[in-house]
Each structure stands twice: as C-alpha cells, then as structure tokens.
Write a protein that binds this ligand. Structure first.
Ligand SMILES: Cc1cc2nc3c(=O)[nH]c(=O)nc-3n(C[C@H](O)[C@H](O)[C@H](O)COP(=O)(O)OP(=O)(O)OC[C@H]3O[C@@H](n4cnc5c(N)ncnc54)[C@H](O)[C@@H]3O)c2cc1C
Length: 229
C-alpha cells in the first residue's frame, strides 16, 4: 500500500521534468539500451516507465533495466517493424531530452522472501529487462533465468548473469544452451512447487507457460506475470 502511494506520488512529480539522454548502447541491429537521467526517481525493481521523446505525444511503456542502486535509468528496447516509438528512441543521441512518467506497475519481488525463496524467471526477448533489474538490485537472489529468443545473438548482455543461473533457449539456431522453444524446455524440467515464478514477454508465451506450471503443481499465487504485447 505504501509502495503504491509512493509510485503514484512519483508519477505526479516527474510528469513535468525532462530526462536527458546519456548514451545509447546497441546490443544487436534491432535492440538497444538507452541510459538517461534518474532525477532521483524512487522505483522498485520490476516497475516500468512511460517513455517518449520530449515534445512528442507518443510514448510507450518500458521496464526499468538497471539496478535501483544506480544513479541513472536504463531501458532495453527492441525496435519493432512498423513500430513508432521504438524506432524514434533508437535515434536518440547524448543530450536529447526524453519525456518520462512513472514508475508504474506491481511486477516486483516480495520484500519478505527475496533472500529466502527460490525464484524462476522466464523471459522472451526484451522481457528479460525486469529480471536484469532484479538480479542487479538483489545480489543475494536465488534464481534461475530462462531466456527464450529466436537467435542466440539476442542473449542480451548474458555476461551479467552467472552462467549456472542462466539458460538460453534459442529456437532458430543451435548456439543456445537449449535448441528449441522455452515452453519445450520448461516441460522437460522438474520445478519445486514452492518456487516463486515470474514470467515476462509476449502473451502467447505467458499463457502457455502458465498452463505448464499449473500442470506441474505450481500454485497460481506463486506465478506472477508481466505482458508486453
Ligand atoms: C508493462 C509493459 C512493459 C514493456 N516493457 C518493454 C521493454 O522493456 N522493452 C521493449 O522493447 N518493449 C516493452 N514493452 C512494449 C512497448 O511498450 C511497445 O509496445 C513496443 O516498444 C512497440 O512500440 P512501438 O511504438 O514501436 O510500436 P507500436 O506502433 O505501438 O506497435 C506496433 C505493433 O508491435 C507489437 N509489439 C510490441 N512489442 C513488440 C515486440 N517486442 N516484438 C514484436 N512486436 C511487438 C504491438 O503489439 C503492435 O501490434 C512493454 C509493454 C508493456 C505493456
């Protein structure tokens, strides 16, 4: 409740402020990280922002990618074919101004169990973004991260995760840890029913994985989801 109140206050507070771009980091031809001013924003890892260019009516939601210990904000963005904002953000340069509102959302870890429970994170594509924020913000976290991509080059900043905690499922090449879809990998896995599971990415993956998990006996209250599109 208190966190919800803080998020709402923050939303009001940041509406009128511009956020200056520090730089853009291109990870593949179509995926990039934009770093910009934090302006002392309070956020909880897992939350998202609404981001667009200053003086542009268009804005979209993006999960915060960085740790809440950093003095900047980052978002990880995939350029969408025929998309509007993801194409515009790809062209930003240092010094450009962004319009940012938020933070928003309730996709976050339970503060009471962060250091005592096992966590399973399942992402497709840029859905890895809030999990990067979790891992960087909570160094003691007991987690396994399963990242589903088409090609292994989409293992965005893989070196940020311990090798033993990260599984890349690549469906269109054999360079991942598993050649195939995330859902097929998960079907083959034993999962302790007390694990707290977080799913982020496209809705097809989320629906399918939700069914796999419930069939495996994971209680629905242990499954948390963030749908991007
Ligand atoms: C809570 C939330 C958090 C999000 N966080 C992120 C994030 O961290 N990184 C990120 O890249 N995106 C994220 N998204 C998606 C993002 O908000 C935009 O939808 C996306 O950038 C496309 O915007 P656009 O203006 O370029 O395209 P639009 O013109 O708005 O949409 C074009 C079409 O692309 C589809 N689409 C959206 N995203 C994708 C995708 N990744 N791949 C294929 N098709 C897509 C839309 O459904 C739509 O049909 C998030 C969405 C939500 C709801």
């Amino acid at each position: 409740m208190i966190e919800q109140k803080k998020a709402i206050q923050a939303d009001k507070q940041y509406k009128e402020i511009n956020f200056e771009v520090h730089y853009i980091r291109h990870l593949t031809d179509t995926t990039y990280v934009v770093r910009f001013d934090r302006n002392e924003m309070h956020f909880i890892p897992g939350q998202h922002l609404s981001v667009g260019l200053a003086n542009d009516p268009q804005a979209r939601e993006y999960s915060i990618y960085n740790s809440n210990n950093d003095n900047f904000l980052e978002i990880l963005v995939k350029e969408v074919d025929d998309g509007i904002v993801s194409k515009r953000l790809k062209k930003v340069k240092p010094g450009d101004q962004l319009k940012v509102t938020g933070p928003m959302g309730f996709f976050k870890l339970d503060a009471k169990t962060i250091n005592s429970r096992k966590h399973l994170f399942v992402a497709t594509g840029t859905g890895i973004s809030p999990f990067h924020a979790f891992v960087k913000s909570y160094p003691q976290l007991d987690y396994q991260l399963i990242h589903g991509v088409r090609k292994s080059e989409e293992a965005y900043e893989r070196s940020e995760y311990k090798n033993s905690n990260y599984t890349l499922c690549s469906s269109r090449d054999k360079k991942g840890d598993y050649n195939g879809r995330t859902t097929d990998f998960l079907r083959s896995q034993k999962i302790d029913p007390s694990t707290l599971v977080y799913l982020c990415g496209n809705c097809d993956m989320i629906f399918e994985v939700y069914d796999i998990l419930t069939e495996k006996g994971i209680p629905t209250e242990n499954i948390h989801t963030e749908v991007y599109f």
